[in-house]
Design a protein around this ligand. Structure first.
Ligand code: HEM
Length: 470
């Protein structure tokens, strides 16, 4: 925790309560509560979660200051109680503190695990899993079909096959992943109010985190042993070439640049790929489909585009995807309205710094309200409306260079999995709309309630009735 230093010119702060600070104001939907607070206290405000000062950025300018102008100062992450227990003392990529270790593992991720070339090499995995899902929908033969559940299986299976070489479809693995994600979304009192650390223990939160990480560890031990024993027989059932565990084990053997990748580090990175890669990808796809079902004109336009490209062939292939501007616009618009991680992943400053005239102390936690920026009426026309057309003649992209649209963050800490996620989402969405007429099951409008947690899902699954078009 930061040492109490005199604070010369801090950003505006809402009044706080003793001990809990502003915690009680966050409610079940912190991104919405913080958006409302920013209307009174400005686009750069300092709130207090327990005893921890947290800087909240809610405008393009303030986000740019943090993730571009002073990106290096804000390139660390806070040490939080639950992630520390899950990621082998933060030896993963997403939660590790800024420094040489993070630089090494991030560069392994960017250059070797998630590079465009590597992602491309798994096209067969995406196509297989997409076709399997389409067959399941077809078999439902027009009766109510839980599309959300199917999308979760698809994203889990893709990450499993790419990372581990095969799928683990049993209920047990799915349940383990669900518990892991739920824990990451839990609020740990002890991380913010040191004097109440015992609450995490008493509530069973720490025990649950330790149990889940132990179970995951046993699972990963088995996976790694399997890979080590199968040395030379690269790739498992159904996969061609290397999977990501193979790539990491090769790094370990070769000791590249004198950097020794220990077994715990490999496991932490794999857990990261699951926690950062499955839920986010599934959620963004689910919201995109949900908006299309609510907006028949947009659905029709996308249908027109894919039919023109598909020309009666059985599927839309990956090499067609670049010829589908409306598809890309739909996905961008869904990411704008439903930023899967609305407050991104918290950062932490490592030096004192001046931001928009305010003094920010070293050790301040930072949240960027990307969701609020993406709905800012001073930036976006009719921001609450789903209008994919807004992106058709616009250069605005989500890769971290346009600060009005930041679903993947930006700068050094930006998401390395954009290509991975987008290849899955574009392929699945294009084929779903190409192959089926989808209708919402049930009466009335689609329920748009959100879950609370680090990733914001649709609360209730999408149930559709699908008629095959071929
Ligand atoms: C639609 C899907 C996804 C969304 C919305 C998303 C979003 C994000 C965000 C907001 C961050 C934090 C960025 C920041 O601090 O500036 C992040 C980091 C990260 N993401 Fe993603 N992500 C997605 C998919 C993926 C996938 C598929 C993978 C890997 C398979 C992945 C791996 C990571 C990792 C390893 C980090 C940590 C980077 C670091 O701390 O240096 N993400 N992601």
């Amino acid at each position: 925790f930061p040492s109490p230093k005199p604070h010369k010119n801090p950003p505006p702060s809402p009044p706080k309560l003793p001990i809990i600070g502003n915690l009680h104001q966050l409610g079940s939907s912190p991104h919405r509560a913080l958006q409302a607070m920013a209307r009174s206290y400005g686009p750069l405000m300092l709130i207090h979660l327990g005893s921890v000062p947290v800087l909240v950025a809610s405008s393009i300018e303030s986000a740019k200051e943090i993730m571009k102008t002073h990106d290096l100062v804000f390139a660390s992450r806070p040490r939080l109680n639950i992630p520390r227990r899950i990621f082998y003392d933060n030896q993963d990529i997403a939660f590790s503190q800024y420094g040489e270790y993070w630089r090494q593992v991030k560069s392994i991720a960017v250059l070797h695990l998630l590079s465009n070339k590597r992602v491309q090499s798994y096209e067969h995995v995406r196509v297989d899993e997409m076709e399997l899902m389409m067959q399941k929908i077809q078999r439902a033969n027009g009766s109510a079909f839980n599309l959300s559940e199917s999308l979760i299986s698809l994203t889990n299976n893709v990450v499993c096959r790419v990372a581990l070489g095969r799928t683990y479809e049993g209920r047990k693995f799915k349940n383990l992943l669900e518990r892991l994600m739920e824990l990451l979304g839990c609020f740990s009192v002890g991380s913010y109010i040191p004097s109440l650390k015992w609450v995490d223990w008493l509530s069973g939160l720490e025990r649950k985190a330790d149990e889940v990480s132990k179970e995951f560890d046993e699972f990963l031990e088995g996976v790694i042993d399997e890979h080590v024993n199968a040395k030379g027989v690269v790739g498992f059932e159904g996969s061609k070439g290397q999977d990501l565990v193979d790539v990491l084990l090769e790094f370990q053997r070769e000791n590249v640049k004198g950097f020794h990748l220990k077994r715990d580090m490999i496991k932490a990175i794999i857990v990261d790929l699951f926690t950062a890669g499955t839920d986010t990808t599934f959620t963004s796809l689910e919201w995109a489909i949900c908006e299309l079902l609510r907006h028949p004109r947009a659905m029709q336009e996308l249908r027109r585009e894919v039919v023109e490209i598909g020309q009666g062939r059985s599927s839309i292939t990956e090499d067609n995807l670049d010829k589908l501007p409306y598809l890309k616009a739909v996905i961008k618009e869904a990411l704008r309205l439903h930023t899967p991680l609305p407050l991104l992943v918290p950062r932490e400053s490592t030096e004192d710094v001046k931001l928009l005239g305010y003094d920010i102390l070293s050790g301040t936690q930072v949240l960027v309200n990307a969701w609020a920026i993406a709905r800012d009426p001073s930036v976006w026309e009719e921001p609450e409306e789903f209008r994919p057309e807004r992106f058709l003649n616009s250069s605005i992209d989500y890769k971290g260079f346009h600060f009005e649209l930041l679903p993947f963050g930006a700068g050094r800490r930006g998401c390395p999995g954009i290509q991975f996620a987008m290849n899955v989402n574009e392929l699945v969405l294009a084929n779903l709309v190409y192959k089926f007429d989808l209708h919402l099951v049930g009466e009335g409008d689609m329920d748009m309630s959100e879950t609370n947690g680090i990733t914001v899902h649709k609360k209730h699954p999408i149930l559709v009735s699908a008629t095959a078009r071929f």
